[in-house]
Design a protein around this ligand. Structure first.
Ligand code: VG1
Ligand code: CO
Length: 544
């Protein structure tokens, strides 16, 4: 098979965001667009790619199959000697992370736009994960972007598409392509971390749950593990077949985009536990009967109880959360005497903390929770750890949450998103906000007194790298906080995220409805940032 060098010209918009390069499908379908970016990744790896192993797979969304074939031909032409690809081109993000680690691969190309909608009019994405299994850190994504902006040629192989349904090894040019079961190694890892026997006993005792895979990549994993290995009744996993357009759904596991699960769990027929995951399987949604568990609370509860699972029986080294995530986990860490780190948004910032052994567990308010077992957030893992904890404590999920609040207090939490705002208007809002930070302390808004205000900057404790402008945070003397930042995963205009929280120590008030409890914080946020004036929006597009 002949290697061909194809001349190309750069696209100037190939800048990875919070989690890889994410654009509309139509953008990715431009001639050379995919090839340029993939070659930029390979070029950035340099000579180290010669003879190396590469992991490849995606979440099954529209364009996944084509881009897998393109990437296979290019990887073979670029000197990789082994390419591990999930059957059908599928790999969940956490499973890809695991495969990179256990096969000592140089890294992995993961095709996903995660929680963004799919289909011909939806989004597509390409991310590169490094040899530790984690999202490329900032210096690497910066180098890939620079390379993509100056690219003049890419290499590919003249070869037909491979049959990705048949498991086993095939030769592609000088490379070996291994088509593997996307679930097997992942399931084996889960068995090491959580007590399968205890969870199986729970199901044998009549425990009922619904896991909604949202027609995305976790379906096969959840079926194999929950219904297969753990013996949950058939039908426990719904929307289990990955579809190119996710069945028309928005595969973001939150109460708005998975209203079905919420309705079931808040209704009279609620099973004991409800869960869901996103497009690429790294996010999780946890719902107790009658009670949505915020991802921030879920992280705190997992941190408090993880020692009940065999993989964490020796305790935790430390924990971390992204800055906008509520401080609920900080309270667990403080009580247990554990180090607790605050990082910018995006899983890549946990990598050094996990690699250096400083933390065992970490999470984000956006429904991402994970541990040192891989270097990505892991949706199904979080669900299994919850099940392990429910089995070990014997407590109903809602009682477990309320007991947690009674012990630590409740951090009322909500995120208000203003989607597809005109980019210049959103940037103007952030600029105006930054300009007034210095004068805010001491001022009173909606009855709340600003005690501190800054633009979050992070110094990585391991490599000393500094990442600035990671979100404006305003603290109030009344133990409340609001954070403003612009999304780095959207594909149209800008998305303003407003993160709102308030601590409540008094158990008598723990039952309060969240938006009502946060009303003064919401009013203060609007007064400070003048959201309506800048964006022209009277209300957020999504409240989670
Ligand atoms: C969002 C979330 C962030 C998450 C990222 C990728 O980023 O806020 O916490 O890590 O998505 O998640 P942003 O920049 O839009 O706020 V996934 O599951 O889409 O890979
Ligand atoms: Co995701």
């Amino acid at each position: 098979m002949t290697i061909r060098r194809i001349a190309t010209t750069p696209f100037m918009d190939q800048k990875p965001g919070t989690s890889g390069l994410r654009k509309k499908v139509a953008v990715f379908r431009q001639p050379h667009y995919v090839e340029n970016f993939v070659q930029a990744i390979f070029d950035t790896l340099g000579e180290a790619r010669q003879g190396a192993t590469l992991v490849l797979g995606g979440d099954g969304r529209f364009l996944n199959r084509e881009v897998v074939q393109t990437t296979l031909r290019m990887a073979a032409a670029n000197g990789f000697s082994r390419i591990l690809v999930g059957q059908g081109g599928l790999l969940s993000t956490p499973a890809a992370s695991n495969l990179i680690r256990i096969n000592r691969a140089i890294g992995g190309v993961v095709l996903s736009a995660s929680h963004n909608p799919g289909g011909p009019d939806g989004d597509f994405g390409i991310k590169f994960n490094a040899a530790n299994g984690g999202p490329a850190p900032e210096d690497l994504t910066g180098a890939i972007h620079r390379r993509a902006s100056a690219i003049t040629a890419y290499a590919t192989l003249e070869a037909p598409d491979l049959d990705l349904e048949r498991l086993g090894e095939v030769t592609l040019g000088a490379a070996t392509v291994v088509v593997l079961d996307p679930v097997a190694d992942y399931a084996a890892m889960m068995r090491q971390l959580v007590d399968f026997e205890a969870i199986a006993a729970l199901f044998r005792g009549g425990f009922r749950m619904r896991f909604d895979a949202m027609s995305a990549v976790t379906g096969p994993y959840a079926k194999a593990i929950l219904e297969g290995a753990l013996g949950a009744p058939a039908g426990t996993v719904v929307n289990a077949t990955p579809l190119p357009d996710f069945g028309g759904h928005h595969p973001d596991p939150n109460p708005v985009h998975n209203a079905d699960l919420m309705a079931l769990m808040l209704g009279a027929e609620a099973p004991d536990f409800g869960a869901a995951s996103d497009g690429d399987g790294d996010r999780n949604m946890i719902v107790a009967p009658g009670l949505f568990v915020t991802p921030s609370d879920s992280l705190a509860i997992l941190a408090a109880h993880a020692h009940r699972a065999p993989g964490y029986a020796r305790g935790l080294a430390g924990v971390a959360r992204s800055m906008p995530t509520s401080r609920a986990v900080d309270r667990v860490a403080a009580k247990a005497g554990l180090p607790c780190y605050e990082t910018p948004t995006g899983w890549k910032f946990f990598g050094n903390l996990l690699d250096s052994g400083r933390i065992t567990l970490c999470g984000e308010e956006s429904a991402g929770t994970g541990s040192d077992h891989v270097r990505e957030k892991d949706g199904l893992w979080a669900v299994l750890l919850w099940l392990n904890i429910l089995a070990a404590t014997g407590k109903p999920a809602d009682a477990l949450v309320r007991a947690h609040w009674a012990e630590f207090g409740r951090d009322q939490y909500s995120r208000h998103d203003y989607e597809e705002v005109e980019a210049e208007a959103a940037q103007g809002l952030m600029r105006a906000l930054r300009a007034k930070l210095e004068g805010l302390p001491g001022q009173v808004f909606a009855g709340l007194t600003v005690s501190a205000a800054d633009d979050f900057a992070y110094t990585d404790p391991v490599d000393g790298s500094v990442t600035a402008q990671q979100g404006v945070r305003i603290l109030f003397a009344e133990d409340a906080r609001v954070v403003f930042r612009l999304s780095g995963t959207g594909t149209v205009g800008a998305t303003l995220r407003v993160y709102l929280e308030r601590y409540e120590a008094d158990p008598a008030r723990h039952g309060a409805e969240t938006q009502a409890a946060l009303a003064p914080v919401i009013a203060a946020a609007d007064a400070i940032a003048e959201i309506a004036r800048h964006t022209g929006r009277a209300a957020p597009s999504v409240i989670t």
